[in-house]
Design a binder for this molecule. Structure first.
Ligand code: KIV
Ligand code: ZN
Length: 515
């Protein structure tokens, strides 16, 4: 039996730090339950001191999740640790993750502390965290640019103080795989009490090397990897969970460790995270992209038909792409609908929620002949988005006139703060006119940063999934909408983003010097 590689998911904490990816408590709960279903070992649910909303979200995840360890982030400060300890009180298995920067540049310019002071504060933080749980992780922020001797010194001190996991983050994504692997190996060899802790890595993707660096670390002794679904995260993101897990599983001949996850939950969870955050998955993304298992070329198709191993190194169904894709149609009943959703790992909190999703399914089935798993997932995410966002705006009806040689016109009816309002506008295209018509009512003064359309399945009757990114006064939000009519999908995505923008928020950043 090989060593276990602990999978630590930080979609709900570092992933949420992507501009526009902030999630409500209910959204976090849905993702946490999906991660638990996937049997992720540790779920980092948030940064409790950051805001009352973050605290409540961590608390809710700690109450709801029973089979995974739930973790809360805390700077190496008493008040952060106490807040994390309080948020995690009801967890079946709790971990406090405390961190302080260890690179010369961070200690000097950000913390304005000497190395001795940093060691002292780290030790104090770990001791305090141990008062709440015996599962304490210490991170040396910016370890990728820290001196190895200093890392070994601080690691020895915090392990003596009770840290059970030692995390080596490449906070700014600066390292190369051979070098990062070497850092991890030297850190383990140079820490006299290294055998009393699990060594972990946390890599950012600024040079596109987060997964490669993490895997190199595993080959050099790391036994925990921190990662996110779809590689979500600050700037260029974190190491993608699905890539780490499938690399270790597919190349078990090379890795001296194994993962215990249910990999068939990967694709449904990826879709859930993408739907909730509004971060679309690029079609050629490894494992979870729409084309990841599509063999277009004749030579490939011929080879795969003769023997799938000729070109396939993994089976699509092992990561949750369903083998039997056509699932439901116009005549399918509530039972078939519920059964298929249960097979996809989608649960409803109430009969009303199931009924609402079922009516949307019937509406969709009237327009679209065959309903695929991807349609069901988008439909449930849509219903969920509508139910969860603190909605001030609701889309009621849209009429668009688009004719060759004429300027497109849109007329939209919205429910805005409980009052039915109509807006009209013309634009350079149907979508432009629709957005302007919405603006004529809402007057948000938001800037459109991104507009993207993705086909959920194939064919001209496929649903289009639209992502809209808006910015106002430095705040960025993403919205998503799906429909067989892409102009309606666009209106839904725009309204979804505006609802997020208009909702009150108050969050702090974990790496910020003071809150
Ligand atoms: O990137 C980083 O250094 C972090 C730490 C808080 C672990 O996210
Ligand atoms: Zn990070």
């Amino acid at each position: 039996m090989t060593d276990k590689l602990t999978i630590f998911d930080t979609t709900l904490r570092d992933g949420e730090q992507s501009p526009g990816a902030s999630m409500t408590r209910e959204e976090k709960l849905r993702i946490a339950k999906a991660l638990e279903r996937m049997r992720v070992d540790v779920i980092e649910a948030g940064f409790p001191i950051a805001s009352p909303g973050d605290f409540e979200a961590v608390q809710a995840v700690a109450r709801a999740v029973r089979d995974s360890t739930v973790c809360g982030l805390a700077r190496a400060l008493d008040k952060d640790i106490d807040r994390a300890g309080e948020a995690l009180r009801e967890a079946a298995s709790a971990r406090i993750h405390t961190f302080i920067a260890t690179s010369p540049i961070h200690m000097q310019h950000k913390l304005r502390m000497t190395p001795d002071q940093v060691v002292e504060q780290a030790v104090r933080a770990v001791r305090r965290a141990r008062q709440y749980t015996d599962n304490v992780e210490f991170s040396a922020e910016d370890a990728g640019r820290s001196e190895i001797d200093f890392l070994c010194r601080i690691f020895e001190a915090v392990i003596d103080a009770g840290a059970t996991t030692i995390n080596i983050p490449d906070t700014v994504g600066y390292n190369l795989p051979h070098q990062f692997g070497e850092t991890v190996r030297r850190a383990i060899e140079g820490t006299p009490n290294a055998d009393k802790a699990v060594f972990s890595v946390h890599c950012h993707n600024d040079l596109g090397l987060a997964v490669a660096n993490s895997l190199s670390a595993v080959l050099n002794g790391a036994r925990q990897v921190e990662c996110t679904i779809n590689g979500l995260g600050e700037r260029a993101g974190n190491a993608a969970l699905e890539e780490i897990v499938m690399a270790v599983r597919t190349r078990h001949d090379l890795f001296p460790c194994h993962v215990d996850l249910d990999t068939t939950q990967i694709v449904p969870t990826s879709r859930l995270v993408s739907g909730i955050t509004g971060f679309a998955v690029q079609p050629n993304k490894a494992i979870v992209g729409a084309n990841a298992f599509a063999h277009e070329s004749g030579i490939h198709q011929d080879g795969v038909l003769k023997s799938r191993e000729t070109y396939e190194i993994m089976r699509a169904e092992d990561v949750g792409w369903s083998a039997n894709r056509m699932v439901l149609g116009k005549h399918s009943g509530r039972n078939a609908f519920r059964t298929r959703l249960t097979e996809l790992g989608i649960e409803f909190n109430s009969e009303e929620a199931l009924n609402a999703a079922f009516s949307r399914f019937k509406e969709l089935a009237d327009k679209k002949h065959e309903i695929f798993d991807e349609d069901l997932q988008a439909l449930v995410t849509e219903s969920d988005l509508e139910a969860n966002v603190n909605e001030r705006i609701r889309h009621i009806a849209l009429k668009v006139c688009s004719e060759t040689g004429e300027t497109p016109q849109a007329r939209i009816t919205l429910l805005f703060d409980g009052e039915e309002r109509e807006g009209e506008a013309s634009g350079s295209g149907a979508v432009d006119a629709t957005f302007k018509a919405i603006d004529s009512i809402v007057q948000s003064e938001a800037q459109l940063l991104l507009y993207a359309v993705n086909n959920i399945t194939t064919g001209t009757d496929a649903q289009g999934e639209v992502t809209v990114r808006l910015e106002r006064s430095g705040r960025i939000v993403n919205g998503q909408g799906a429909d067989t009519d892409i102009v309606i999908a666009s209106a839904r995505a725009y309204v979804n983003a505006l609802n997020k923008l208009l909702a009150p928020t108050q969050r702090a950043h974990p790496q910020a010097p003071e809150i």
